[in-house]
Design a protein around this ligand. Structure first.
Ligand code: DP6
Length: 333
């Protein structure tokens, strides 16, 4: 066989976080999570299954992948081969138009794009739920990037029941993520290792005990477009996750002094009447969520803050999709 497909996917920012698995190998999380898919930031991936290849050839961001990064992609291709009854090896080319490894959920868009490209190239026609389930096996948060808009990942009890479902379409509430980049360094400890450490924190049980209430508050805030209510629950959930990270053994410290200064500043702006709140994933960059009308002012403020290297904004984006070879996004490859 010789079959190719190209796909694009967006990263997402979690409003209610995924941290800790009940099954690490299947990536079954301990709690539901909620995120918004981020427009304007892309992973683009081309997959070609070809009978003549002796082994999978994987090039990520212009460099041949090696070690665990390569194995993770090979394992994902194996899942697709198994589903499609294929033995052909694959050529994979993938690139991002945003920095990798700095808390911008690059594994989410990476495994969402890989899942869509590989299943299409393999001739599979999967439902959105099945694509989400499969993407989850590569990276938990990738199951959310299969969908656009605001999304909830239902933790489920097993492989079949753990996938993302839509909560609201992008046009329901034009919220923007204004990202203040304070570091573009690759993180020392990735999320997969972090999830394995979550249970070693005495605070993880407390985080999980309250998560149903926070999920309900987040869903209601989204449904009613109630920004103050969203701000309260989003900041608390982010702070709880980082408290767990910082009290695990060994501790994980993703927040830098510049992150903490920005978090305080954001709370100060809110106290002064602005509609803005912060959330941080497994990295130091501060995601400032606000209604679209407030975004230019938040960008301006953030750019004037010490330690901020760069500011960019992402509105709510669309689902992962296949691309025609003529699509300008394939120029990233
Ligand atoms: C802090 O999905 O990156 O961004 O399943 O091991 O790939 P793996 O982990 P990953 O974890 C994301 C953690 C987070 C919170 C979130 O996105 O919910």
């Amino acid at each position: 066989m010789d079959s190719t497909a190209v796909a694009a996917a967006h990263p997402n920012i979690a409003l209610i976080k995924y941290w800790g698995n009940r099954d690490d190998s299947l990536r079954l999380p301990q709690n539901n999570s909620i995120s918004m898919t981020l427009a304007g930031l892309h992973t683009v991936t081309r997959v070609r299954f070809h009978d003549g290849l002796p082994s999978d050839a994987i090039v990520l961001h212009g460099r041949p992948a090696t070690g665990e990064a390569r194995q993770r992609v090979v394992r994902h291709l194996d899942l697709v081969r198994q589903l499609a009854g294929l033995s052909a090896r694959a050529e994979v080319l993938s690139a991002n138009d945003f920095p990798t490894g700095a808390g911008l959920a690059s594994s989410a868009s990476a495994f969402a794009a890989l899942t869509v490209a590989a299943t299409h190239a393999a001739g599979l026609h999967l439902s959105t739920a099945d694509l989400s389930r499969l993407a989850r096996r590569g990276s938990g948060s990738a199951c959310r990037s299969i969908l656009g808009g605001i999304v909830e990942w239902t933790a489920g009890l097993d492989d079949q029941t753990s996938y993302a479902v839509p909560l609201a379409p992008a046009e329901h509430w034009p919220v923007v993520d204004v990202v203040a980049v304070v570091s573009t360094a690759e993180k020392d400890v990735g999320s997969s290792e972090g999830h394995r450490l979550a249970a070693s924190s005495p605070l993880q049980a407390a985080r999980l005990r309250g998560v149903e209430a926070r999920l309900a508050a987040c869903r209601a805030a989204i449904h009613q477009r109630d920004f103050p209510a969203l701000a309260t629950v989003v900041e608390q959930d982010s702070d709880l996750m980082h408290a767990v990270m910082e009290t695990s053994t060994p501790p994980l410290r993703y927040r830098l002094p510049s992150s903490l200064a920005l978090m305080s500043a954001v709370q100060g702006w809110r106290a002064a009447g602005w509609a803005v709140c912060y959330t941080l994933d497994a990295g130091p960059n501060v995601h400032c969520l606000c209604p679209a009308a407030q975004a230019p002012a938040v960008e301006q403020r953030l750019m004037s803050m010490a330690g901020v290297l760069r500011v960019f904004s992402a509105a709510i984006g669309a689902e992962a999709r296949t691309l025609a070879e003529s699509d300008p996004l394939t120029g990233l490859l």
